[in-house]
Write a protein that binds this ligand. Structure first.
Ligand SMILES: Nc1ncnc2c1ncn2[C@@H]1O[C@H](COP(=O)(O)OP(=O)(O)OP(=O)(O)O)[C@@H](O)[C@H]1O
Length: 216
């Protein structure tokens, strides 16, 4: 993994412009995200939050501008960047026909983790007793917890999370908030969208980037 210095941003957005269906979602957007930052992308439905997260994660391309990782254009260090990135999208890659345990195993293995105890990790997201349940038979919150479980077993510094709290109960949201704070305190960063209020992560600990809905 590339060496970091305390002042070097982990991720930078450099003059990002995104256009969808002839609508400019954001124009010349620039910001730096440092180790320790917890960032919420805010804005109404359709403002472009998911589009921005996907661009930051390297999953889609902006109309213009680019992103950098530790000061280097992501295009020039995509492998290093991907090794340091944990992205959880809306759908979060949980397969209904696999059990909670199989899903977690699969997701950890494709991220290169072979040495893990799925029972312990699933216990951390309150899924003890549901290890063998098919994800398709889990409640919406349990399904989401299956996706989120991998956050408890990762070395990635950059967490990009699209609506991580969706369907999660109040206690679960607080547990996630504590995990995000611990991750940030250990030199990671969290970039997320949520429409929910957080009780533990608030300003000034939280940085907000606000997107407005731009009419054509
Ligand atoms: N691949 C795409 N092709 C065409 N239009 C797209 C594409 N992705 C997103 N859009 C459009 O861009 C706009 C912003 O979508 P996006 O999902 O980024 O919004 P959002 O702020 O995350 O919304 P929400 O709060 O509802 O999740 C929407 O009008 C959407 O239809």
């Amino acid at each position: 993994m590339t060496q970091t210095t305390s002042t070097q941003p982990l991720v930078s957005a450099n003059n990002l412009t995104c256009i969808r269906e002839e609508r400019v979602l954001f124009d010349e957007l620039s910001f730096d995200i440092h180790p320790g930052d917890i960032v919420q992308i805010e804005g109404p439905n359709g403002a472009g939050k998911t589009s921005l997260l996907r661009i930051l994660a390297g999953l889609s391309r902006p109309y213009s501008g680019d992103t950098s990782y530790l000061g280097k254009s992501v295009h020039r260090c995509r492998d290093e960047f991907n090794e340091d990135l944990l992205y959880l999208g809306h759908l979060a890659g949980v397969k209904s026909e696999l059990t909670a345990e199989e899903n977690l195993n699969f997701n950890l293995r494709i991220s290169g983790y072979d040495d893990h105890n799925t029972t312990d990790i699933l216990a951390k997201v309150n899924l003890s007793g549901f290890e063998e349940a098919l994800a398709g038979h889990l409640s919406a919150g349990q399904h989401r917890r299956t996706a989120l479980a991998r956050l408890w077993h990762t070395n990635c510094k950059i967490w990009i999370l699209d609506e991580p709290f969706t369907a999660i109960d109040k206690k679960g949201v607080e547990e996630l908030e504590r995990l995000f704070i611990e991750h940030a305190n250990n030199g990671g960063c969290v970039i997320m969208t949520t429409h929910q209020d957080m009780s533990l992560i608030t300003e000034p600990r939280l940085t907000k980037i606000k997107l407005e809905y731009q009419f054509v």
